[in-house]
Design a protein around this ligand. Structure first.
Ligand SMILES: [Fe+2]
Length: 220
């Protein structure tokens, strides 16, 4: 048996928090101070339980070994999805002032939707799961589920926990909140568009073909 609570968790240092803010500068756009602080804390807590020091060290992949960016880390994906989601929210809010969209939840939710990936992509975890998927599964928990755990552990509001849990396929079994729907719609096609732009590695071609996507050759 593998007891996850017996893995040595590194202390959450200020250096770890500073790295989170450097890798995700959009955190500064969160207006509420407590939400801003807990967004940083969630990522620092997530990293402290893995071998990664920075979000920028996590590979830019949709799932481990699947749809891999040729260039750019997980931070690139998180920031881009957040800005796209924010553009959707801000456009609707500007066009329809009567629409009530929680801007801070969109920003924090976008930056945290994949917070479970630190654990899901951790090389030590992947080696253990891949050695014998019959033992605890491959992965033991997908990143939406583990991400929800992280968000709960640091005391984030349930609106954010819900986004972490429901942004991907897991959310198909729920009714998504408005903000979760926006993140889902910004996140879901992101990898397909990256593939169509020719930004993913050659092995991604098989999956892209099933989506009827032909990568366009990028410049250079
Ligand atoms: Fe994502």
């Amino acid at each position: 048996m593998h007891f996850t609570d017996r893995r040595e968790r590194r202390p959450i240092t200020q250096g770890l928090r500073d790295g989170v803010l450097e890798d995700l500068p959009e955190i500064a756009l969160i207006a509420q101070e407590e939400l801003r602080a807990k967004t940083i804390e969630a990522w620092a807590y997530a990293l402290s339980g893995t071998g990664f020091d920075r979000i920028d060290d996590i590979p830019g992949e949709a799932n481990p070994g699947m749809l891999r960016l040729r260039r750019g880390s997980q931070a690139v994906h998180l920031r881009s999805v957040t800005r796209i989601a924010l553009a959707i929210a801000d456009d609707f809010a500007a066009t329809f002032p009567e629409a009530r969209i929680e801007r801070d939840i969109v920003i924090a939710g976008g930056l945290l939707h994949d917070v479970g990936k630190a654990w899901e992509f951790d090389p030590e975890n992947l080696a253990r799961w891949r050695a014998d998927p019959s033992q605890a599964g491959l992965p033991a928990l997908r990143h939406p589920v583990y991400g929800a755990h992280i968000c709960l552990a640091v005391g984030l509001p349930e609106e954010i926990v819900h986004i972490a849990l429901s942004h991907s396929h897991e959310g198909d079994f729920q009714q998504r909140s408005l903000e979760a729907l926006i993140i889902h719609r910004a996140d879901h096609p992101w990898w397909s568009i990256a593939g169509a732009c020719g930004l993913l590695d050659a092995e991604s071609g098989v999956i892209l073909a099933t989506r009827k996507i032909t990568p366009r050759a990028p410049r250079g």
